[in-house]
Design a protein around this ligand. Structure first.
Ligand SMILES: [Zn+2]
Length: 328
């Protein structure tokens, strides 16, 4: 019987699950709505249902699931299998998601921040394979971050969070972030920041016609439609993506100088707007960096798309199994 693990990525809108082999191939996927507004219990129930489906799928093909890896947005208590604080999944705060899964399936379950598992995934099978030191950013509803240093995920001092680059303050007088602080990178470089920019323009009557307003009225305003408007030359949409690039360049310049490294890998759904923010990013980086030669800087796109976080979660599950076996 072949051994496999389940990798899962629980986001604000959707959860993604996959059966993953030891080489990093996702053999079968599931995608479900998270429905977090209905409460953590409902989300947990949907997650368990999805895991059960993947276990049945695996068993029918002669594979046995050995462990489960979970990637969740927010601060995590890995030892307790708990989500401590999640700005985008507040219903999950304090919920023993990992513990529930462990008890239901009687399998080892590892829990980690979603941006950190994005980093592990890209390092295992994506753009970070041959890079020893790099900064990872995921641009989505918020901005997730991770640090891969000396080939390992930086985990800090056991505080439940590390590499929260989206919550570095880049402008103390800037817009309020979902975490409660003013002027975080996330408040400038996420889907939430793009939406807020449009909403502000509408409230200030600076936006009175055009496709952005049409999308807003149709309830279809998101990062993808704002990017489409930028591609069509809409000045406000272009300006919002330029601000995103400025903020990312500023943050990366500080990080590169502080750490003495020069690589970044950027993923997440909003990174689909790459063409609209990469030039302002490079210009801002060149303006704000002094200690690292700018011609050595490399900003790469992530390669694994929506699979990065669930593959990273699966990789953690495999590593956990290896450590358990070595400890016996
Ligand atoms: Zn913040």
């Amino acid at each position: 019987m072949n051994h496999v693990v389940l990798g899962t990525d629980i986001g604000g809108t959707h959860m993604r699950l996959a059966v993953v082999d030891e080489q990093g191939a996702a053999l079968h996927h599931l995608r479900r709505k998270t429905l977090i507004a209905e409460g953590a219990k409902v989300t947990s129930g949907r997650l368990m249902q999805g895991c059960q489906e993947l276990m049945d799928w695996s068993r029918d093909r002669g594979c046995q699931v050995q462990a489960i890896g979970l990637g969740v947005a927010g601060r995590i208590d890995a030892s307790q299998g708990k989500v401590l604080f999640s700005p985008h999944l507040p219903e999950m705060n304090g919920y023993p998601l990992g513990l529930e899964l462990r008890e239901r399936f009687k399998l080892p379950v590892v829990l980690e921040n979603d941006a950190n598992v994005f980093g592990i995934g890209e390092q295992w099978a994506g753009a970070g394979r041959d890079v020893r030191n790099w900064v990872g950013l995921t641009l989505g509803t918020g901005v997730g971050g991770c640090l891969i240093l000396e080939g390992r995920l930086w985990q800090g001092s056991g505080l439940g969070s590390a590499g929260e680059l989206g919550h570095m303050v880049i402008d103390p007088r800037g817009p309020r972030c979902a975490c409660g602080v003013r002027g975080c990178l996330e408040a400038h470089a996420s889907q939430s920041a793009l939406l807020q920019g449009v909403h502000q323009a509408i409230a200030a009557r600076a936006l009175t016609e055009g496709p952005l307003l049409d999308h807003y009225r149709a309830g279809a305003l998101d990062a993808a439609t704002i990017y489409a408007c930028a591609q069509a030359g809409d000045s406000l949409a272009l300006e919002l993506f330029q601000r995103m690039g400025w903020a990312l360049g500023l943050a990366l310049a500080s990080l590169f100088s502080a750490l003495g490294i020069c690589h970044a890998i950027i993923g997440g759904g909003v990174s689909a707007g790459w063409d609209a923010f990469i030039e302002p990013l490079h210009a801002s980086l060149a303006e704000h960096i002094s200690m690292v030669p700018v011609d050595m800087v490399s900003i790469q796109r992530a390669q694994l798309g929506d699979d990065a976080a669930l593959l990273g979660a699966a990789r953690l599950a495999w590593q956990n199994l290896d450590e358990q076996a070595a400890g016996r």
